[in-house]
Design a protein around this ligand. Structure first.
Ligand SMILES: [Zn+2]
Ligand SMILES: [Zn+2]
Length: 630
């Protein structure tokens, strides 16, 4: 789940145990996930050879590999990894098949009690306690199975690779502690993390990418470049302050969004950061989403009766309800549609302090938001235009790899997890699918992951170093406009409810800039660079300074973020400083440049580009910015 999404008023309560995968989820496991989950079995096998009394709980694949939770009196440390890995290698070399054994519940319970599950042998007096608990969670009627590799037998529904030898490459990466089922009232276990790949080459590429990601860490580069600060003491955790250089990025992105949206027929609105309780009760955020909102502010109007209930105001966690009220503020006819309301809206969400992470997980966020109110007939075209806007942005930012993840409903969830409108679900999902296919967009379809009020599309992009980010979400909403009583007068004079498309292609400033910092390693293209140009003089004689100042002034008059460095430091030192600050373009000016009316150009991390006439240099800079060249 991505926190920056326009989170739905989640209609479904969390499953009692989030770690337990349904058979449906299991069937969807990819080849890589099978390799990784199989590696978890091999990890358990290895640990048992070293510590036969280990008790295993869960061993699922995760995004970056796998883990197995184990209870063990020996405290496993990274120094133990080598000998555990050596045992794992033996098991892989033995190339044991993963054999599936179907059993009945009574037999499984008896064997768990004898300590045989999650073990190499029976362990009298040492029942497989977590496996017993897991057995009790398997719904009646669901088949119960073991998987056996060599001597190791585990309670598991699969799937795995065929044989242990199919695990191409693996590595243990870390150890942490975790409560059984994530509940602090349960025993604390050791969580051993590892990763596995089809082959060594892919694994090495992964570790190289991690190294590079560390080098490009947005918190590190953000501090080096002076982009943002998080002032936990005075402002609060998770609420970034944009410093002047970060604000330059923010404003460039807003300018891009405003220009693009204006050309696409959007209109801009502005809304307050608060609203009354009634707003969120109507939208359904209260009570379902209350845990992700800041607690209410209570206000007693002056002059109100002493026993009157106070007014409750909430910081907005999303912009949609305010936009709905803007729609409701004026009567509409079919001629007004589609109405595309856009705002870079500020929202506040409560995230647990342990979950906060730099710009990627925050409590205050600025969203590239818009809501498109349209008729059913207009929907396909509007939705397609939204997709085209994404593709345009991907091109500007040089994002070559992306995927749209199209989440649909499930018939069983109607009336529970999903609004009970079977025809509307079918109709809108068909429309969305058709647009995705027609526009040749790269997408995958995932059943049973839609939002409460309509299908959604999560947009995943890969940074220049191949790391995946969920940047934005589009949602189709055919339920909430009706709750807010939104209507338009149709051609035949009847009152109808519009559909609403929620979209935010540039996500939030926080997450998108966090992503861009990694993507560009802080070396932003000229149009986006916080400091676009630095005019550096070789020497500090008055005529030279005048020439340099005139250049800086001309650039600034053209809205270029240009700064002068006219000091007496040696040129080399000035250049080194500008390079360190990741200034995009350095204009290095000496006496000879002045005499010939030239400017010597140097580009960050690319070096000298020669001397060119002043007018040409300035014209090229302006053109590059105007065209948002890569
Ligand atoms: Zn398994
Ligand atoms: Zn929305």
């Amino acid at each position: 789940m991505d926190q920056e999404n326009q989170a739905p008023p989640a209609g479904s309560a969390a499953a009692p145990n989030p770690e337990r995968k349904t058979l449906d989820d299991r069937a969807k496991m990819t080849d890589l996930e099978r390799i990784r989950h199989s590696a978890a079995h091999v990890l358990a096998t290895a640990i048992l050879r070293l510590w036969p009394d280990a008790q295993f709980a869960y061993g699922p694949p995760v995004e970056t590999g796998f883990y197995y939770d184990v209870e063990l009196s020996h405290r496993i440390a990274p120094e133990d990894f080598e000998k555990i890995e050596a045992e794992m290698k033996k098991e892989i070399k033995a190339n044991h098949p993963f054999e599936k054994i179907v059993v009945d519940r009574d037999q499984a319970i008896a064997e768990a009690q004898s300590g045989r599950l999650g073990a190499l042998t029976e362990r009298p007096g040492l029942p497989s306690k977590f496996k017993l608990d897991l057995l009790n969670q398997i719904p009646a009627g669901e088949p119960i199975s073991y998987f056996k590799n060599g001597d190791f037998i585990d309670l598991c529904a699969g799937p795995h690779v065929m044989r242990t030898g199919n695990i191409g490459a693996f590595k243990l990466t870390s150890v942490a502690s975790a409560y059984y089922k994530g509940d602090e009232r349960n025993p604390q276990l050791q969580r051993i993390y590892g990763t596995a790949f089809k082959n060594k080459t892919e694994m090495e590429a992964y570790f190289t990418m991690l190294e590079e990601a560390k080098r490009r860490d947005h918190r590190k580069i953000g501090a080096e470049m002076g982009l943002f600060a998080i002032d936990t003491e005075y402002v609060g955790p998770g609420m970034p302050l944009w410093l002047p250089k970060g604000t330059a990025l923010v404003e460039e992105l807003e300018k891009l969004a405003k220009e693009t949206e204006f050309a696409a027929g959007y209109v801009r609105v502005k809304t307050p950061h608060l609203a009354r309780e009634k707003m969120y009760k109507t939208s359904g955020h209260l009570p379902y989403y209350a845990d992700s909102m800041f607690p209410p502010m209570e206000l007693r109007e002056k002059g109100a009766a002493a026993d009157a209930e106070p007014d409750r105001y909430y910081l907005k966690a999303m912009n949609c309800p305010h936009h709905h009220r803007i729609f409701a503020a004026e009567p509409h006819s079919y001629r007004d549609l589609p109405l595309r309301l856009a705002e870079y809206g500020t929202c506040y969400r409560y995230e647990q302090s342990g979950e906060l992470f730099g710009l990627m997980r925050v409590r205050s966020l600025n969203m590239n938001d818009a809501h498109i109110y349209c008729t059913e007939e207009q929907f396909a075209q509007e939705f397609r235009a939204v997709n085209d806007m994404y593709l345009k942005y991907f091109k500007i930012f040089g994002l070559e790899k992306y995927q749209m993840r199209f989440s649909t409903h499930s018939a069983e969830g109607l009336g529970k997890k999903y609004v009970n409108e079977p025809e509307l679900w079918k109709k809108t999902e068909d429309m969305v699918r058709k647009v995705l296919i027609d526009s040749g967009i790269n997408y995958v379809e995932v059943a049973n992951e839609a939002a409460f009020y309509g299908p959604k599309i999560d947009v995943q992009v890969w940074s220049a170093i191949g790391r995946e980010f969920t940047i934005a979400t589009n949602q189709v909403d055919f339920a909430v406009p009706a709750k807010f009583g939104l209507t338009y007068r149709d051609r035949d004079n009847s009152e109808k409810t519009p559909l609403c498309i929620h979209r935010a292609p540039l996500g939030t400033h926080e997450r998108f800039i966090g992503f861009l910092i990694e993507h560009y390693a802080g070396n932003f293209p000229l149009w986006l660079a916080p400091e676009q140009v630095r005019v550096i003089t070789i020497g500090a004689e008055e005529p030279l300074l005048q020439y340099a100042r005139a250049i800086t002034d001309e650039l600034r008059a053209n809205q270029v973020r240009a700064v002068g460095d006219y000091g007496t430091d040696p040129m080399k030192a000035k250049i080194a400083e500008a390079e360190k600050a990741r200034v995009h373009t350095m204009l290095v000016i000496g006496g000879r440049d002045m005499e010939s009316g030239n400017i010597s150009v140097r580009l960050h991390s690319k070096g000298p580009q020669g001397a060119h006439p002043r007018a040409k240099v300035i014209a090229d800079i302006l053109q590059s910015i105007k065209e948002r060249q890569a």
